[in-house]
Design a protein around this ligand. Structure first.
Ligand SMILES: NC(=O)c1ccc[n+]([C@@H]2O[C@H](COP(=O)([O-])OP(=O)(O)OC[C@H]3O[C@@H](n4cnc5c(N)ncnc54)[C@H](O)[C@@H]3O)[C@@H](O)[C@H]2O)c1
Length: 284
């Protein structure tokens, strides 16, 4: 049986680990060829590991294990020239790009250093601009651009909450910008039959969530909170009684938006958040 993305080529950033890895595998399962990119290096203001070379190799192996084709290229989304090199290599290998998934992101809440604001904005919004910037000219009718936002971009208080620090504010602002950017960009390319949508996840089961600094944010009353300590607080964040969603829950939304099943869906900011927004539009 033909997959839901048979014959399509997807360009995905942040593909070494977490949700990006899951997107590569899920889209490949449905027949897409994958151009995967990742930084594969740490960022000084971020207090948890970014994807590694081994993680990226595992993405390649898992895509191949489901019968998919993949080109993996290291590229920092802050550097448009690196992304362009990946696009050029992907076009040389697969001939076109139909799906763009601007997904790479960081949450630098380690320090009070204002560099963390710069880094969050550069990766979380600048990276989106750069990804669109290098791919748009190659897209044709039927193409789908999918941006990764966050419930942080929708709820109030994520840009001016002192607890989040400069990096948290940068993260919230970058994600808030994605909301409007999605709608305005969608309008620019609608006539060409190109679609633009954003997905806004709630807490998702990846390293971005499971790290010391995030745990301390949710449990400031405990010196060294463990996963068990934060689960009740994580649960409280969603309306549905779960602590977090899984990467594949976002991948399934990416799959739908990437497919022709969503051919008239554009300019949409789609929450996949187990009801966190409707529960608490004013934040945690
Ligand atoms: N995990 C959550 O709770 C959550 C919630 C809402 C939104 N998000 C968003 O999901 C996206 C990815 O998060 P994740 O949960 O998969 O986290 P993750 O940390 O597991 O994965 C992020 C990936 O992006 C890569 N990356 C980081 N900086 C990069 C750069 N400059 N250039 C290229 N690649 C880079 C990392 O190496 C890593 O492989 C981000 O945009 C994030 O804001 C996550």
């Amino acid at each position: 049986m033909a997959g839901r993305l048979e014959g399509k080529v997807a360009f995905i950033t942040g593909a070494a680990r977490g949700q990006g890895k899951s997107h590569c595998i899920r889209l490949a399962q449905e027949g897409a060829k994958i151009i995967a990119t990742d930084l594969c290096a740490d960022i000084a203001t971020v207090n948890y590991d970014q994807g590694s070379d081994a993680d990226f190799a595992d993405t390649v192996a898992q895509v191949q294990a489901v019968g998919g084709e993949i080109l993996a290229m290291k590229a920092d989304v802050r550097e448009r020239s690196q992304l362009k090199a990946a696009v050029d290599a992907g076009l040389a290998k697969f001939g076109k790009i139909d799906i763009v998934c601007a997904h790479a992101g960081i949450l630098p809440i380690k320090t009070r250093d204002t560099q963390s604001f710069v880094d969050a904005m550069d990766v979380d919004f600048g990276g989106v601009l750069n990804t669109v910037g290098v791919t748009l000219e190659h897209l044709t009718a039927g193409a789908s651009i999918i941006l990764t936002g966050s419930t942080a971009g929708l709820i109030e208080g994520s840009v001016n909450n002192p607890v989040l620090g400069p990096g948290g504010s940068g993260y919230g602002l970058a994600k808030a910008f994605i909301v409007k950017y999605t709608e305005v960009l969608a309008l620019q390319v609608a006539e060409q039959m190109i679609r633009v949508n954003a997905i806004h996840p709630t807490n998702c089961n990846t390293n971005l969530l499971h790290n010391e600094d995030l745990y301390k944010l949710f449990r400031p009353d405990i010196a060294n909170p463990t996963r068990e300590d934060v689960l009740p607080a994580f649960n409280h964040f969603q309306a549905m009684p779960i602590p977090y969603i899984e990467p594949v829950d976002i991948s399934n939304a990416v799959l739908w938006l990437a497919s022709d099943e969503a051919r008239y869906v554009t300019g949409v900011n789609l929450r996949v958040d187990a009801g966190s927004f409707i529960k608490s539009p004013t934040g945690i």
